[in-house]
Design a protein around this ligand. Sequence first.
Ligand code: ADP
Length: 539
Amino acid sequence: MSVRPKVREDHPFLLSTAPVSRAQSRAASGVLGLLGAAMLVTVPFAQVPIDNSQVLVPAYAIAVFIVDLITAALLLAMYSVQRSRAVLALAIGYLFSGAMVLPWALTFPGVAQSLGLPEAGLQTTAAIATLRRLGFPLLVLAYALMKETDPDPQHALESERRVIAGTVAAVIAIVGGLTWLVLTSEDALPRFMQDENRVTAHWRYVPVSAMALCGAGLFALWVRRRCVLDIWLMVVLCTLLIEIILLAYLSSGRLSIGWWAGRLFGVVSASIVLVVLLAETMTLYARLARSILAERRARETRLTALGALSATIAHEINQPLASMVTNANAGLRWLGRPDPDLAEVRAALERIVDDGHRSASVIEGIRAMFKKGTQERVCVNVNDLVTDIIRRDLSEAKLGRITMQTDLDPHLPAVTGNPVQLQQVISNLVANAIDALSNVTDRERLLRVRSSQSDADHVLVSVEDSGTGLDPALRERIFEPFQTTKTDGMGMGLMFCRSVIEAHGGRIWVMDNAPNGAIFRFTLPSAEELMSLTGEATP
Ligand code: ADP
């Protein structure tokens, strides 16, 4: 078992393509050992007669018929997925074996009589048994020989329903035709039986041929074994061999214990592939269900990311858009006066132009954020960014009676980054602080932005407020998308801040302010530190 041939990867979840695990090999060997032991136990009693054929033979036949039929149905289902002609041949084998057992049982001496049917000739049952015994291993051999060939394109194009219906009809027709031939030409049949229970010398060719076919099938499967189905078919052929040995050499003829034990092995052999198919199908089904769930989760994450992206864009450009509309309306009102104030109109138009530029740079910043590796990075002084924002938001702060303070380290090292994105981060944090302060009535509304050097290589920025403080329900998820406590909020701002800061190699976090409010802090690596990490020169 040293050479492990290449496993086909087109249908890794099918029994006819799934690779053999060590546990599978061990289970197959275990079953074989058990069956061998069962045969040895039977040997001492093999010649004792049991004659209850009118009940036991039809019961045996029905068991084999049902098991073979279910196995064939599962194999045909496998064929419809995989379109392998080898699997189709195997399904035909099971279909043929299952269908042939019915005429075999109905022509068995005594059975027809007990059912009120005309008794068949002496050689009929043996002839049908011969066809069945040789047909099945022949089709397993065909499976083993064909399994290497890929389905030809013409075959793959045909409708699988038509192929399956045609196959089933052909097997029924063949079984019916053969039965009719055997029933109507009793005189031409080989003389296998000397009486109802004992065989003639001619019979010995049948077990020998059947064993030769089983041996050839075993060899072909052994050489070309690739999948779970192969090793279990090898067990099936071994069980068939035991059955033949019991029936032909150890029993004293029909209806002895050895003969019945052989029949029992027949049922076991018929059931092996069915049991393995069902067990493996359940395992593979569970594996498939798990991978579908994982795929669904991945899709949901992708959708959330997509939603987050669109919401970020909306969030970031909504503000300049609203401001543009307000300024445009103001401009129209100034123009609509009997004595238009052109200076005010010009001022409104300038604000609109500013907002237009701001929106464009926001979009450019977002585009750069999601376009990995192509961010425009320049040397940035964080203090300048903070000062710009404070100046811009001063009038709003005054309106809200908020005291704005800055505590900026004049020796702050520069950072390398995208100034538009970093400005948006600080702007978001300041806007949130202003929101958190808007409902405070019992204390000073204080907003302070500090900058400092957190260590030799990092810049630290804090935005502190004496506002309402963090909502405990939100604390853990505050940086995740769509987390908001505001009626008109989108919960995207902090997610955006985190993405930008992390993309710049920094870290952002939040903590409670004493005695009231919240502190948002982020660090950024200094330009020198980033240079030493990436080995790049600062632009
Ligand atoms: P949005 O502002 O649209 O709600 P953000 O992601 O910017 O989205 O903020 C998410 C939530 O975090 C806010 O709804 C608010 O509950 C909370 N939050 C943010 N900043 C502060 C702050 N300074 N003080 C208290 N809570 C805050």
